[in-house]
Ligand binder design. Structure first.
Ligand code: ADP
Ligand code: ASP
Ligand code: MG
Length: 417
């Protein structure tokens, strides 16, 4: 019997009516002959509200207690969704990660899935029930509650789809698919019908918040097609799948903006083997995720400047660590620049087409935007700019790559800013 995993995000569950709608969709899949596993996020802005509440209690809440608090949001959703399915006359059961046996490492707030126990799932599915799993949460080997990072219910869904060999993982959200950029910032963005795992992964990692990046890793590794679609309509959304040859014809498929970044620069690092390893090992040891790293060598190869970007939330911890390292390793000085954003252009066509970088830089030059840092990989070009220029940079680059849809009724989605 074929199995489908359906994931509903917070905005798709923000009221009783929307929870009933999600329940109806799951029931429809069941009546169509599928085994159905639902993964739900916290209702509406519940996770943000819980975070705000914790900040009213103390400025630096212990991460363990934050996980304890934040997971309650998803627990509310699973119970209400199960009730909605019961109310419609069908069988459903809600399960937390602990009840299911979704095991993670012990890194609070950004835990990674280690193992998912199928026993309970198989048992409930064989009893013909729709199984509703709390997204975003896990337990570690000693039973501590963890969370997988903001937006990670997508990852719960894709991981379950992988373990259960699902026919498809459906991500129901408040847009009708993946667009060439965030349609709330650029209303001219175009919907993409099909996108490769690789491009989606890079877009998600570079700020396309419509999907959590680790979900794409699971999808690719286990060959699960992911369908991103609207929870409000029945239209076809975007299929995230293996690359096809036609995808190479488009040079840039998407443009992204990642905000709330900071750049840390270590100036005058003695250019010796092993120093960079030591710096980044120390940051990794403190679970700090480092974004793009840029190194320049100067003074006849004696010294290097090393810069990297990180999320603002990690900035002060990372800055303190680097200052300690600077003392130990005789590094000249360490600077921290807050208030920067990253704009990126992503596309598999970059592998075979030339001129992408110059188009991007030209677009920024015409908009009179200074580039602070540039980094490139096989299918991504990124520029760090001042946060105040971020949205303008995104719009200019999107337009420069011919991605603007001039025919689209731009009032379909209200731009947020
Ligand atoms: P959910 O609560 O369903 O998980 P999210 O807020 O996490 O929803 O993701 C949906 C949002 O992602 C959209 O409202 C949109 O503003 C944003 N987004 C960012 N980049 C893109 C993109 N390239 N395509 C579509 N949506 C995007
Ligand atoms: N509720 C969690 C969050 O807001 C997880 C999710 O929505 O995917 O980050
Ligand atoms: Mg999301």
């Amino acid at each position: 019997m074929r199995l489908v995993v359906q994931k509903f995000g917070g905005t798709s569950l923000s009221s009783a009516e929307k929870i009933h709608r999600a329940a109806r969709r799951a029931i429809r899949a069941k009546l169509d002959g599928y085994r159905v596993v639902l993964v739900v996020s916290a209702m509406g802005h519940a996770t943000n509200d819980l975070l705000a509440l914790s900040n009213e209690i103390c400025t630096e809440p212990p991460k363990r207690e934050l996980d304890m608090l934040l997971t309650t949001g998803e627990q509310v959703s699973i119970a209400l969704t199960a009730m909605a399915i019961h109310a419609a006359g069908h069988e459903a059961i809600s399960l937390t990660a602990a009840q299911l046996g979704l095991y993670t490492d012990s890194v609070h707030l950004r835990a990674r899935i280690k193992n998912i126990n199928r026993n309970r799932l198989d048992q409930e599915l064989s009893s013909n029930r729709i199984v509703i799993i709390a997204g975003f949460q896990g337990i570690d080997m000693s039973g501590e509650i963890t969370t997988l990072g903001r937006g990670a219910s997508d990852t719960t869904a894709a991981a379950l789809a992988a373990v259960l060999h699902a026919h498809q993982c459906e991500i129901y959200t408040d847009v009708d698919g993946v667009y060439t950029t965030d349609p709330r910032i650029v209303p001219q963005a175009k919907k993409i019908d099909e996108i490769s795992y690789d491009v989606m992964l890079e877009m998600a990692a570079a700020g396309a918040s419509v999907m959590h990046s680790r979900a794409i890793v699971f999808g690719k590794k286990f060959g699960v097609p992911i369908h991103v679609r609207s929870s409000m309509t029945d239209g076809k959304g975007t299929m995230i799948m293996n690359e096809t040859s036609s995808m190479e014809e488009v040079v840039v498929e998407g443009v992204t903006l990642k905000e709330d970044l900071a750049v840390i620069s270590l100036h005058g690092v003695p250019h010796q083997a092993g120093l960079a390893a030591r710096i980044f090992a120390e940051l990794g040891h403190h679970h700090i995720l480092v974004d793009d790293i840029v190194q320049n060598i100067y003074d006849d190869g004696k010294y290097a400047n090393i810069s990297f970007s990180i999320n603002t939330s990690d900035a002060s911890t990372a800055h303190n660590l680097c200052q300690q390292l600077a003392r130990d390793m005789i590094i000249e000085n360490v600077t921290l620049e807050q208030g920067v954003s990253k704009v990126s252009a992503v596309g598999v066509g970059m592998r075979t087409h030339t001129g992408t970088a110059s188009t991007m830089f030209e677009a920024l030059a015409q908009a009179q935007i200074n580039i602070k840092n540039i980094s490139t990989s096989e299918i991504v070009i990124s520029c760090i700019v001042n946060s105040t220029d971020g949205v303008r940079a995104l719009r200019s680059i999107h337009n420069a790559f011919g991605l603007d849809n001039h025919d689209s009724p731009s009032d379909q989605i209200n731009p947020a800013r």
